[in-house]
Design a protein around this ligand. Structure first.
Ligand SMILES: C[S@@+](CC[C@H](N)C(=O)[O-])C[C@H]1O[C@@H](n2cnc3c(N)ncnc32)[C@H](O)[C@@H]1O
Ligand code: SF4
Length: 356
């Protein structure tokens, strides 16, 4: 029997948004739509010149991939060789989606969509600086079902200013009514340089975040979704294989402005603006802005941090017994495996620092 080849992923970055959410620090622009066609052509040319082997997962993220005409996006996807059964995810804004877009995605090989819901409570969405309305989320999920796209994720954010615990439960209940096979719930993070960073009264409160994390875990687990990474829950079999590749420090190549890549301990990232990316590709030059090679110790620590975040846990034999004992209540040991408890998941970074 031949062994499964190692997973290998492709990330495509789409740096266009209609509107900038005021918590967001991603490399994306609201005033560059005139570059979309040229950018997508450059993306396709860059993929073709990379002469990739068949890949096991593709993730189209942003920015807002659904801002782009599906035909342009599918042209790029068609240039990526994939292994049979590959996972192909597109991140979607619920406002942009309709039946014809998802039918086109399905015909073009998309197997998974990830919909940016954030909240199902209109006032909370406004507080986050989001433009969409909850009814569009329901329409987007209906479109997933009618298209036959096999699986989907709903992305949530908790901890916005003005979001009560009741509001968060309303979001969880409304989301679970849509029977998602996968949910990502992220604590609102204050990113430097964003309008949110400058607005201290709107910063999230740690105790509130902890209560909302526990509420999410209670609700999602009760609905049959398993927490397989701190911020991710899935019906078994619907885990995101592309994200699992990142968390296992696997190899992937990123195309597009600001996209990151990793191969065997070397990481590199592309020029940040769409203009510079287009001009590098059309000029036949490298799109790389800079890179670094991780030494063995940094790789080991990163692996610890990442794998500790996952339900599979880490072999307990890698740690000093005394270090493990002082983390009573934050970690649990079953057989040879050490895992975070739910209290530990709330303090994951601290636990990994104390275990190193
Ligand atoms: C980069 S966005 C791309 C998807 C799409 N543009 C959207 O916003 O729905 C991917 C996800 O990152 C999460 N995210 C972005 N900024 C965040 C922040 N400051 N704190 C927590 N989550 C954040 C949101 O849940 C979002 O759906
Ligand atoms: S959160 Fe999504 S839609 Fe909002 S600015 Fe960032 S990438 Fe664009």
């Amino acid at each position: 029997m031949s062994a499964e080849p190692d997973p290998f992923g492709v990330y495509l970055h789409i740096p266009f948004c209609r509107h900038r959410c005021d918590y967001c620090a991603f490399a994306t622009w609201t005033d560059r739509d005139h570059l979309i066609v040229e950018y997508m052509r450059a993306l396709r040319a860059d993929v073709i010149r990379a002469d990739l082997p068949p890949v096991s997962s593709v993730f189209v993220g942003g920015g807002t991939p659904t801002r782009v005409d599906p035909e342009l996006l599918l042209d790029v996807l068609a240039s990526i060789p994939v292994v049979p059964g590959a996972e192909v995810t597109v991140e979607c804004n619920p406002d942009d989606v309709d039946d014809s877009m998802y039918a086109a995605y399905r015909a073009g090989g998309v197997t998974r969509v990830s919909i940016g819901v954030q909240s199902m409570v209109p006032t909370v969405l406004q507080g986050l600086g989001r433009a969409h309305v909850p009814a569009n989320v329901r329409r987007a999920v209906d479109a997933v079902h009618s298209s036959g796209i096999p699986t989907f994720n709903l992305d949530l954010i908790y901890g916005a200013a003005g979001e009560s615990l009741d509001d968060w439960w309303r979001t969880l209940d409304a989301v679970l009514a849509l029977e998602p096979p996968h949910v990502s719930a992220y604590a609102l993070t204050v990113e430097a340089g964003t309008p949110l960073a400058a607005d201290t009264p709107r910063h999230p409160d740690d105790d509130d975040l902890a209560d909302k994390y526990e509420a999410a875990d209670d609700a999602l687990v009760a609905a049959g979704l398993q927490n397989y990474e701190i911020s991710n829950w899935a019906i078994p079999g619907h885990e995101c294989r592309h994200n699992l590749l990142y968390w296992h420090q696997g190899d992937y190549v990123g195309f597009g402005s600001a996209a990151h890549s990793h191969h065997d301990g070397r990481r590199w990232w592309n020029v940040r603006t769409p203009e510079r990316y287009i001009s590098a590709v059309t000029g036949g030059e490298s799109t790389e802005a800079a890179g670094e090679t991780l030494d063995a110790e940094t790789r080991r620590l990163e692996a610890l941090q990442l794998t500790l975040r996952m339900r599979d846990g880490v072999p307990v034999g890698s740690f000093d017994r005394a270090d493990v004992e002082q983390l009573d209540g934050l970690v649990e040991v079953t057989g040879d495996t050490l895992r975070l408890t739910r209290a530990g998941r709330l303090l994951a970074n601290e636990v990994s620092l104390r275990l190193r």
